[in-house]
Ligand binder design. Structure first.
Ligand code: C2E
Ligand code: MG
Ligand code: MG
Length: 750
């Protein structure tokens, strides 16, 4: 996962969390509002129902009393009681005591009447004028044939507020009088206190249309002694105004007020008589508010928790991002130059190649970077790498990228696939880089780079192309092609088969005879390996030895060849044949193995072969690399009794001082010396080789000329005074058995 993807994911998580938090909060707010509204409405409804209930009970009570009076009025109509004062008095007294009225009276239409009171006994005589004006009102209403209930009035006699019911009394279809009864308001008080309003949280008062409190509930919230609902400051002016208006229209009112910090709501329901109202108030709203408060606090806490969670998430995200960045830096960055590494390069490459874009992959290397490191030190070497990184970076187009693999190997991806254009661009980069030279004392070292390009190809192909010119200073740019590819396949095939081949004894011993140049007598042979494929065909050493030198397999193969040679010598010795001394080619890798002298002599010991019969051939290039170490190995090998020959002398940078620096027994002149050259060159060559032979003789070193193919070659080397000779002119390398037959008069070979 790269940083971009990670960031995307983190942003997505954060957005989801934030959005869900917001949604949660919004849902919470709506839910809260909904719950509060529902609670509010249900409280109102509850209040309305309860008030209605009270209203019904009051009206029922009044109706019951009117019914009682009406029943007696009917009785007076059909009897003569109303005409007899005494009978009337008795009847009133009996009715009154049976129905708990304060007083009962009968008034004839002429204004005279009879009254019976529960407390003070009967007053037989009464006139309409003696009555309270409110009572007179309803009695007169009864004279007109209507039932009525008076407004309240204070009674001096009873010291409390009373009201009066009155019904008409008929005789022969005409109103002859009115039957009335007075009652106190205790009935309302009873009702108001009879039941806990709103579960104890509320109370009910009876008021008139002016807002005057007629019956006050003992349960009232308002502590002050108020006469009207407008007294005190618990109703706002606006509410008061609205209430007054509603009362004047005999409409019901729903409202709110706040008393001593408690929020209440109230409801006014008209009783439908005398302008009376039931005033119901409760603090349920306050309780609801408390519930609302809890909900709000819960909501705020949840919000805070969510905020904290989000904050933590964000802080975590930042920390995580920092850590991821650091990790990505480690995972995707080259620590030396700060460029991207191959892991990142591959990721980006896969993206580009999957989009089928036009691109080219370039592998770039510095000539002899190891030398720079050795000469200038690793720090300078690192600086060179940083410089290369800067150079490459500065010459890329948008969308192009590069990485440092290992050491001085850089890979570049260019978004071009035209061979000429890509070559031009790379040449420009190479030229730019070469402008820098490293100073070393009075010398300066010019940076030179080379590269391999794979048009629309991958790193592997670019690397192959680059490796194809790594040893050439003439060419700095190479393109990948199929030949290179085949070469790799061949290499892979060899490497995958080599172990099995050794096991199956597919490596065969061939021998090429060596002769005394003067006497033409056989003086020995050189062991040369041939790889026989299962189909019988042979692979020549040139096809696989260089590869084995690189991959280390030569160490095994050379020891195997020593063993084959020893076996062959043993065969000859076992049948009493004087064996020919044999030279065996040895890989340079062996010379850095300190156990090598011991290992090789153990093989000889196994076959009881005297080491004097074995000459170990080392390549001239080995000797040029590390004189001291090679000399030590040569010394150790000499101690074991081996002879040492220097092969391919003159093919590299050998110098004559090798003679006295290396303790060798034989020198084999590279066959390249015998190849055709110009006359002038030949003269020079002859002079050099002549000197070599003179020197060799002086140091007691035997000289062998190899690759002698013609009589001319033979004469040439003879003139130069070589000791021994080897070449097609005499014989080719042949299988050990054939050599045995041909030169040792023995049928068997390994
Ligand atoms: P070398 O040791 O210099 O061997 C001489 C090479 O010259 C042999 O090639 C031989 O066949 C070839 N040769 C001999 N006479 C003539 C001639 O008159 N004309 C021409 N053109 N060539 C001639 P070969 O057998 O192909 O071996 C090539 C190289 O492979 C050897 O060069 C040696 O360096 C290496 N080699 C061969 N066998 C072994 C081995 O067992 N171990 C190691 N480490 N290297 C081996
Ligand atoms: Mg050789
Ligand atoms: Mg040679």
């Amino acid at each position: 996962m790269d940083e971009k993807k990670l960031r995307k994911q983190l942003i997505r998580i954060t957005v989801i969390t934030v959005v869900s938090c917001l949604v949660l909060c919004l849902v919470g707010v709506f839910l809260l509002q909904y719950v509060m509204q529902a609670v509010h409405e249900s409280a109102h409804e509850q209040m309305r129902i309860e008030t209605q209930e009270y209203k019904e009970r009051i009206l029922k009570q009044i109706d019951k009393n009117i019914q009682i009076l009406t029943t007696f009025a009917k009785a007076y109509e059909v009897s003569s009681i109303a005409n007899d004062k005494d009978q009337l008095e008795q009847s009133l007294t009996a009715t009154n005591s049976a129905n708990d009225f304060i007083s009962m009276l009968y008034i004839w239409k002429d204004g005279h009447g009879v009254m019976s009171t529960a407390t003070y006994g009967n007053r037989s005589e009464i006139t309409l004028e003696d009555c309270d004006p409110y009572a007179i009102d309803v009695i007169e209403m009864a004279f007109e044939g209507n039932n009525g209930i008076s407004k309240m009035f204070g009674s001096d006699v009873y010291g409390e507020k009373l009201f009066v019911y009155a019904v008409p009394v008929y005789q022969n279809g005409k109103v002859v009088g009115a039957l009335a009864a007075s009652d106190t308001l205790e009935i309302f008080t009873d009702i108001a206190n009879g039941k806990a309003v709103m579960g104890g949280a509320g109370y009910i008062n009876l008021i008139n249309s002016e807002g005057r409190i007629l019956v006050r509930s003992q349960n009232t919230l308002i502590k002050e002694d108020v006469n009207t609902i407008y007294d005190g400051s618990y109703l706002t002016e606006k509410t008061k105004e609205q209430t007054r208006l509603a009362l004047s229209k005999q409409e019901s009112v729903l409202g709110e007020f706040r008393y001593e910090g408690t929020r209440c709501h109230y409801y006014l329901e008209p009783l439908g008589m005398n302008g009376w109202y039931l005033f119901c108030a409760n603090t349920v709203w306050g309780a609801h508010l408390a519930l609302g408060g809890v909900l709000v606090i819960t909501g705020v806490v949840v919000l805070l928790v969510l905020l904290v969670v989000n904050g933590l998430l964000y802080a975590g995200y930042r920390q995580f991002r920092k850590a991821v960045r650091a990790l990505i830096r480690i995972a995707y960055q080259d620590q030396v130059t700060g460029a991207e590494n191959t892991i990142r390069f591959n990721q980006r490459f896969n993206e580009i190649s999957s989009q089928h874009k036009n691109y080219s992959t370039v592998a770039m290397n510095v000539h002899n970077f190891k030398g720079i490191n050795d000469l200038f030190g690793q720090d300078r070497g690192d600086k060179v790498l940083c410089y290369l990184k800067e150079m490459i970076e500065g010459m890329l187009k948008t969308g192009e990228f590069f990485c440092r693999d290992t050491a001085d190997l850089f890979y570049i991806l260019l978004l071009d696939n035209d061979e000429q254009l890509v070559q031009k661009r790379m040449q420009k980069i190479i030229d730019h880089i070469s402008r820098v030279s490293l100073d070393y004392g009075e010398y300066s070292y010019e940076l030179s780079t080379y590269c391999g390009i794979a048009i629309c190809g991958d790193r592997e192909r670019a690397l192959l192309a680059m490796q194809s010119i790594q040893n050439s200073h003439q060419k700095s740019i190479a393109f990948y092609n199929h030949v290179l590819h085949d070469e790799v396949r061949r290499k892979n095939s060899i490497e995958s088969h080599m172990y099995a081949a050794l096991q199956n004894k597919e490596f065969k011993l061939f021998l090429q005879p060596k002769f005394n140049l003067k006497t033409d007598a056989l003086v020995g042979a050189e062991a040369l390996v041939r790889w026989q494929n299962p189909d019988g065909s042979f692979r020549m050493p040139g096809e696989f030895i260089p590869l084995f030198e690189k991959n280390g397999f030569c160490l095994k193969l050379d020891m195997y060849m020593v063993e084959r040679v020893c076996k062959q010598i043993r065969m000859w010795m076992d049948v009493g044949i004087t064996p020919a001394p044999i030279s065996i080619n040895q890989s340079k890798l062996l010379f850095s193995d300190l156990n090598y002298p011991e290992n090789v002599s153990q093989i000889l010991a196994k076959y009881h072969v005297p080491p004097s019969l074995i000459t170990l051939e080392i390549l001239e290039s080995v000797a040029t690399e590390n004189f001291e170490q090679i000399n030590k190995q040569i010394e150790a090998l000499h101690e074991k009794g081996f002879r040492i020959s220097m092969d391919d002398f003159g093919s590299g940078y050998s110098s004559l001082n090798m003679f006295y620096q290396l303790d060798i027994d034989e020198l084999k002149l590279d066959r390249g010396f015998l190849r055709k050259v110009s006359e002038e060159e030949l003269v020079k060559r002859q002079a050099i080789v002549e000197q070599v032979v003179v020197f060799a003789k002086k140091f007691g070193i035997a000289t062998v000329a190899e690759g002698v193919e013609t009589q001319e070659d033979r004469d040439f080397v003879k003139r130069l005074n070589f000791d021994f000779v080897q070449g097609y002119f005499y014989d080719r390398p042949i299988a050990a058995a054939e050599f045995s037959r041909k030169y040792m008069n023995f049928e068997q070979g390994v």
